[in-house]
Design a protein around this ligand. Structure first.
Ligand code: NAG
Length: 135
């Protein structure tokens, strides 16, 4: 009886392995529907770079248009206000002036750069690994 059950379980295991293998092969052969073809004309902003040196021209979008949604978010406004308060305290100490040249390395999306610019600092440059932000 016990031997009979063992055989049955072995057959069940082999059947499960076979089904799992077939499903795996099927999945390998499928292109996921979330993949977007690289040259898809309907979504040019999702065009993938062919390499890190890809220099094919891309549509130029103004920085205002590109960041409109980000800049209208509450999170951004809070960060901006926080940095303006922080830089204002530095200005109050006499360490920051409108003519101070400022470079912000690893600026991210640029809330510090925008804060300084809004405060009237003339020469602010933010540098990020991918983006370079000018104000
Ligand atoms: C700095 O610039 C801001 C905004 O343009 C201005 O309100 C402020 O008076 C300027 N400060 C000085 C010391 O010029």
């Amino acid at each position: 009886m016990e031997r009979h059950i063992r055989r049955f379980l072995n057959k069940l295991s082999f059947a499960s392995i076979a089904i799992a293998t077939l499903i795996l092969i099927f999945l390998f052969l499928q292109t996921p529907q979330t993949c977007i073809p690289p040259n898809s004309p309907s979504k040019p902003h999702l065009k993938f770079l062919k390499s890190s040196y890809d220099s094919t021209p891309r549509e130029l979008v103004s920085i205002d248009k590109k960041n409109k949604r980000l800049w209208s978010s509450n999170d951004w406004k809070k960060k901006l206000s926080s940095f303006i308060n922080f830089f204002q305290s530095i200005r109050d100490l006499g360490l920051l002036h409108n003519h101070t040249k400022f470079i912000c390395v690893s600026a991210g999306a640029g809330p510090k750069v925008m804060a300084l610019s809004h405060m009237g600092v003339h020469d602010v440059t933010g540098v990020e690994l991918i983006h370079r932000l000018f104000w």
